[in-house]
Design a protein around this ligand. Structure first.
Ligand code: NAD
Length: 442
């Protein structure tokens, strides 16, 4: 079993060298080894559920229902899906050959990459460390996991538990912050999988370039939610607030702002208020499922955004506990502070636009979002959004949930990232698809 890697005076070269030695034995390539790791990871999650929930509560004030759903249960589902399909995904795929080459056969086979690095953020610290790990293990790699220092209790839990359950000569957990991550990034990896903000994404990509290491960048940005006229606003509001305010708004695919067409801008306001009351009651500060802001820096950043529009509900906050009430702002203009960067907190601005053309221009004038959502009954509107905008994902009628479908690739485009994972797409990310051609000599 692996030992916990020291965080101070980290010898990153030694960590990687140890995993390379393991990879060279080829044991991680065996399907049985991969299955055993995934099964052990599943056991880690179910047997230590209470400890993990406590860590998430300590780091982010996450309530148990939400944490079960979005972290532990989510990750268990990904393991089950992977175990169900692993052999099929690993089976060689026959390629059709041009006639002039016959007789011959050809196929593709997925081979492991080697030693890969997973750098995770703090907002879903279990899911975003372990779901990439699932893909990396399923593909037969050795893995260094670097959890976020901003979720210290969860990071410590993973550093304690992963070596106990997994092959510790193949999986290492390195805790730490910038110095440790920098030391890791000096090493040569066979793939780097980074989730977090675009500024650090650029640092990671620069480091990867030095070794010509392929990488996945799972980044963020402002994901708009278009609300059309004439739709069921009560349902739209319920789904919007669920997506926006889970994890106190600290969700990469949360609807960042509402682009409300025509009358829907005013009409949706009472429905958002009602939906928030339904979800968290009259006093969200006392609601067990309402989270807290991760740290003082983010708390200070968010409270500065509260003057960006007319407050429909919320706005109250308490510094000591880093509580910021679920807040809806109306009549927000494109130049408002809240519209300049990803909010990543419990604030939902409503930006009025006159029509669909204006909504599409608004979206296309900005960075390509990780997700675009729309609430509309019009097939024509759906078709126009599908063809005239670009985003990591497009969700009609319900935000966020596309990422729970393991058969759908999850990832961004442009400023929201590059590459994709979940389900078989994770296997693609963490494998090399090798072409094999066999032409008989006779
Ligand atoms: P973070 O601060 O935890 O940083 C992410 C990782 O980068 C951490 O492990 C951290 O140690 C490391 N890091 C930080 N500074 C570094 C540096 N200078 N050099 C090397 N490594 C460094 O997380 P964050 O960036 O605040 O996360 C929030 C962002 O992540 C948001 O923009 C959000 O949208 C995005 N996000 C994206 C996804 C996705 O799946 N696409 C998921 C969650 C979060």
């Amino acid at each position: 079993m692996t030992s916990r890697t020291p965080t101070s005076d980290l010898d990153a070269a030694a960590v990687v060298a140890r995993l390379r030695t393991t990879f060279a034995t080829r044991r991680t390539a065996a399907t049985d080894w991969r299955r055993a790791q995934l099964t052990a990871l599943r056991a880690l999650l179910t047997e230590n559920r209470d400890d993990l929930l406590a860590a998430l509560a300590a780091d982010l004030g996450k309530g148990p229902i939400e944490a079960d759903r979005t972290e532990i249960g989510f990750t268990v589902n990904e393991i089950d899906h992977t175990l169900d399909h692993l052999e099929a995904w690993l089976a060689p795929r026959t390629a059709e050959l041009p006639e002039w080459l016959l007789p011959a056969t050809a196929h593709t086979v997925r081979e492991p990459l080697g030693v890969v690095l997973v750098i995770a953020p703090w907002n879903y610290p279990i899911q975003l460390s372990l779901v990439p790990l699932i893909g990396a293990l399923a593909a037969g790699n050795c893995v260094v996991v670097k959890p976020s220092e901003l979720a210290p209790a969860t990071s410590a839990a993973m550093a304690r538990l992963l070596p106990r359950y997994l092959d510790d000569e193949a999986v290492a957990v390195v805790e730490g912050a910038v110095p440790e991550t920098t030391a890791l990034l000096d090493q040569r990896f066979d793939h780097i999988f980074y989730t977090g903000n675009g500024t650090v994404g650029r640092i990671v990509m620069t480091a990867a370039a030095r070794h010509l290491t392929p990488l996945t960048l799972e980044l963020g940005g402002k994901s708009p939610a278009v609300v059309d006229t004439g739709v069921d606003l009560a349902t739209a509001a319920r789904r919007l607030v669920t997506g926006r305010f889970m994890n106190a708004g600290q969700t990469c695919v949360a609807p960042d702002y509402v682009l409300a067409i025509g009358d829907s801008a005013r009409d949706i306001e009472p429905h958002l208020v009602e939906a928030l009351h339904e979800l968290y009651g009259a006093d969200p500060a006392g609601a067990p499922e309402y989270g807290r802001i991760v740290n003082d820096r983010h708390f200070a950043r968010l409270t500065k955004l509260l003057d960006s529009g007319r407050t429909v509900i919320g706005g109250d906050h308490e510094r000591a506990s880093r509580y910021l009430a679920p807040t809806v702002l109306a009549d927000v203009g494109a130049d408002a502070p809240v519209m300049q960067e990803e909010i990543f907190g419990p604030i939902l601005p409503i930006v009025p636009v006159p029509d669909l053309d204006a909504a599409i221009s608004f979206i296309n004038d900005r960075d390509k979002p990780l997700a675009l959502y729309a609430f509309t009954d019009s097939d024509e509107t759906k078709q126009r959004l599908r063809t005239e905008t670009s985003s990591g994902a497009l969700g009609f009628g319900m935000p966020v949930v596309h990422l729970t479908v393991p058969d759908l690739p999850f990832g961004g485009i442009g400023e929201s990232g590059m590459g994709r994972y979940h389900g078989e797409y994770s296997l693609d990310t963490f494998s090399h698809t090798k072409s094999v051609l066999d032409k008989p000599l006779g």
